[in-house]
Design a protein around this ligand. Structure first.
Ligand SMILES: [Zn+2]
Length: 418
């Protein structure tokens, strides 16, 4: 007699069968992956690097010259830190793609995993195989830094805009002037240049802009009158050093200008919220600080990242009260699967399902996308199955949400294939 598979298993099967839209990506271009000529256990890495650096108190491999020496440095660090999700992400990748059979990486198996990574990552068809066949991705919505290009066969572009907040810096300004072949003599010129740059990227297919300013300053911004910002910018042009308050005024003005660009050009405004790097000033990243911006631009669609973690419950309420806010799980499953489960379980009670973007890889390597995707599918299947069991969610809606979160919402929101 055939054993009826559990709801969780059926949900995982459903998710694995979808061509997922990766709602936030930094993946290396295929060109630069192939040019590198292969990676190994110590270079094909992801966020665990940060815990390694924090645990080692600096560069983990220092002056190690051989892989054996690198392994001997990694081993005691793993003994201290291998519990974190960032490491488990690596283990999933080693198991699923590079033949690891044991529960942990250790003296018995590290060479085999290292060799497998070297061999496969050198294969010229590997990048495409992992991206297309293994991950089964529709596209990756990828951050494109100023003046850089992308590969449309793998990526959908979003123009990264932190540089727009540094136009008081001479070098940043000159780079923009050179690229557009124009000169910036005042704030109006600067804003016109930003609009031109955006137009160039939109003409090539970009669907939005992104700001990750929460790494370096508060997300809080207020509308600053044109005259005030123009006077600050004029002072910067004379070479005068701006005060922190002046810089914030100028940046706030530009942030509101960027939102206005999104409104007129019908672009998505992606904003990093929550989780930063080592030594980050955590309270700067609270998504509630965005309220003045969200209220000023009800017609702009804001795509708020990383579940706002640890402010995920706050982000849930923004999703509840602000119909211009989409909630993006990018990066989240490798930050904490337990937190991801809690966050989604609450959001699915609060926020209309069409505004929850269930997966964003946020890694550098296609292999790491796959590990993240496997963790995401397992987590979402757990959450949905539990909500059917405990929270009065219908099985029909559970499957519907699975499709929305991993594919349909991304296709619709980013206009994929349009
Ligand atoms: Zn990112």
């Amino acid at each position: 007699m055939e054993r009826k598979s559990s709801l969780r298993e059926r949900l995982i099967t459903e998710l694995a069968g979808l061509r997922t839209v990766d709602c936030h990506s930094h993946t290396r271009l295929r060109r630069t992956y192939d040019e590198a000529g292969g990676f190994d256990l110590f270079t094909l890495t992801s966020y665990f690097e940060r815990d390694l650096a924090a645990t080692a108190g600096g560069a983990p491999y220092g002056d190690a010259k051989t892989d054996e020496e690198r392994w001997q440095r990694l081993k005691p660090l793993l003994a201290k830190a291998r519990n974190v999700s960032y490491w488990r992400h690596n283990l999933v990748v080693y198991r699923k793609l590079f033949g690891l059979k044991d529960d942990e990486l250790d003296d018995r198996n590290w060479r085999q995993v290292n060799d497998a990574i070297r061999e496969r990552s050198r294969d010229p068809g590997w990048y495409n195989h992992v991206t297309r066949d293994v991950c089964n991705l529709e596209t990756q919505v990828r951050n494109i830094p100023w003046f850089e290009d992308w590969e449309p066969e793998y990526f959908t572009a979003v123009l990264r805009m932190e540089s727009a907040l540094q136009l008081h810096d001479k070098a940043t300004r000159q780079n923009l002037e050179r690229h557009l072949n124009l000169s910036i003599a005042n704030l109006a010129d600067a804003k016109a240049a930003l609009a031109r740059l955006t137009d160039q990227y939109v003409a090539k297919g970009a669907i939005g802009i992104k700001l990750a300013h929460a790494y370096g300053r508060t997300l809080h911004s207020l509308p600053v009158p044109d005259a005030v910002a123009a006077a600050v910018f004029a002072r910067a042009l004379t070479g005068a050093a701006l005060t922190p308050a002046e810089v914030k005024d100028l940046q706030d003005h530009v942030i509101f200008f960027l939102a206005e660009l999104c409104r007129t050009k019908k672009l998505i405004f992606q904003i990093h919220t929550g989780v930063q790097g080592n030594w980050g000033n955590v309270p700067d990243s609270d998504p509630l600080l965005l309220i003045p911006l969200l209220k000023t631009f009800p017609d702009v669609r804001f795509d708020l990242f990383h579940a706002g973690y640890p402010y995920s419950r706050m982000l849930g309420m923004l999703g509840k009260h602000y119909p211009n806010v989409w909630l993006n799980m990018a990066w989240m499953y490798v930050i904490s699967i337990a937190a991801s489960r809690q966050v989604l379980a609450e959001w699915l009670d609060l926020v209309p399902g069409y505004r929850i973007l269930g997966f964003g890889s946020d890694v550098n390597f296609p292999e790491m996308i796959y590990g993240h995707l496997e963790m995401a599918r397992a987590c979402v299947a757990d959450v949905l199955a539990e909500k059917v069991r405990l929270d009065f969610l219908s099985e029909e809606e559970a499957f519907c949400l699975a499709r929305k979160m991993f594919r349909d919402n991304g296709v619709e929101f980013y206009g994929i294939g349009r």
